[in-house]
Design a protein around this ligand. Structure first.
Ligand code: NAD
Length: 374
């Protein structure tokens, strides 16, 4: 099975189509959700003008918390909105997606952990991604932190896909290089896990392999002023590279939205739940160690990944490590994750909803072995 019910519009400047989309939905009063970092971007004020007269909420933190979602939804329930617009990274899009669902369903976001637990369709939700990693603009899932329990929950629903995604790479112009790098590698992780996982299928493979190819070609130039070979990247080349990386992120979202993710995400979501660290960065640092650990079980799909990356000497892991090493990113040791929390993280990884999608039957002891080796 493959489906992307979201209508996806891709291209620089496509955010300006928002007014006509609102008219097509018959929307009269929209709630715009974003965060302080995005609102500080130079393009934000003119975006609000494009939106028209709507209400704005900027209260979202990275790794959005259930308490934030619940209080935003409670405030918004008074507002009689007929549409939700999310403009931001995965944190904002997941928050806006969750709020759009809670505006037509009662209670707390925690009541809906799992798949299709809510009865009423979410309010129409329009997603505009401003990072190049999560793919949330085309997925049915909202990932929310239950901070006091040190875990992230996934709320998934066929009735919660964004109605429209406006994928406009011009919004990446203000994204710092390290976030282009880490969110771009998040997209790479989505694409690779979609290919090597149990639920992979020919359509998701096609999208994921193209995303992998685009990211390898264009992420270095998108994330750096200098290309891999050392010369300065021109403004035009960087703009084009950002467009390709943004496209890859959405393609990877469509792929994993239909084929799931695997052990890298089981670990990164568990670490993110316990330690509130950036999702894309964790995926980047965990990607090669996890693939290496599972390599015998995933040899065939890994060969497809190697082909997409045009690995010449057969060293797929080396190629990925070289790509990552050229990006402006923190190292694992700089995250200072206490080893005393490894057992808890490993246990949570085994119970993650995506653990069953691994071809290799991962137990807590396998996750612990990976963490200890790192
Ligand atoms: P993010 O949304 O947390 O944003 C990181 C930082 O970048 C924030 O401070 C934000 O203000 C800033 N920022 C974002 N866009 C900017 C821009 N264009 N200019 C300047 N600053 C900008 O980062 P993310 O990696 O996109 O999202 C991570 C979240 O997404 C996690 O909570 C993760 O669990 C979730 N996620 C969801 C899905 C899904 O399918 N729903 C998939 C993967 C990850």
């Amino acid at each position: 099975m493959f489906r992307v019910p979201t209508r996806v519009i891709i291209g620089p400047g496509c955010r300006n189509q928002l007014p006509e989309l609102l008219i097509s939905l018959g929307a009269k009063k929209s709630l715009v959700i974003s965060d302080g970092g995005v609102a500080a971007a130079p393009w934000f004020a003119s975006f609000l003008e494009v939106c028209g007269a709507h209400e704005l909420d900027l209260a979202i933190e990275p790794n959005p918390r259930h308490s934030t979602i619940d209080s935003l939804a409670n405030r918004a329930r008074e507002g009689r909105f007929d549409c939700v617009i999310g403009i931001g990274g995965g944190s904002v899009l997941d928050a806006a997606k969750a709020v759009s669902m809670l505006l037509s369903n009662p209670g707390s976001i925690r009541d809906y952990e799992g798949k299709n637990k809510f009865p009423h369709p979410a309010l129409p939700f329009i997603a505009l991604p401003t990072t190049c990693g999560t793919g949330s603009e085309v997925t049915w899932v909202s990932v929310i932190s239950v901070h006091h329990e040190g875990r992230k929950i996934s709320v998934k629903g066929d009735l919660m896909f964004p109605r429209f995604a406006l994928v406009d790479a011009e919004l990446l112009a203000s994204l710092p290089a390290h976030l282009v790098a880490s969110t771009g590698m998040d997209a790479m992780t989505h694409a690779i896990e979609a290919v090597v996982g149990k639920p992979s299928n020919p359509t998701s493979d096609a999208l994921a392999l193209e995303a992998i190819r685009l990211l390898q070609c264009y992420l270095p130039a998108a994330a750096n002023q200098r290309a891999a070979m050392g010369h300065i990247v021109s403004k035009e080349d960087r703009k084009m590279a950002l467009e390709k990386v943004m496209l890859a992120s959405t393609l990877a979202g469509m792929a994993f939205g239909n084929a799931d993710v695997g052990a890298v995400h089981c670990l990164s979501e568990s670490i993110g739940g316990v330690h509130d660290l950036p999702h894309g960065l964790l995926n980047t640092l965990l990607l090669v160690p996890v693939l290496r650990y599972q390599q015998n079980a995933i040899a065939d799909p890994l060969q497809m990944v190697a082909n997409a990356l045009q690995v010449k000497d057969g060293d797929l892991f080396g190629a990925l490590e070289t790509l990552i090493a050229g990006l402006p990113l923190q190292q694992w040791s700089e995250l200072n994750i206490p080893t005393s929390t490894f057992a808890e993280i490993a246990q949570k990884s085994e119970t993650n909803g995506s653990n069953g999608s691994n071809l290799f039957d991962m137990k807590a002891s396998d996750y612990l072995a990976i963490l200890e080796a790192m």
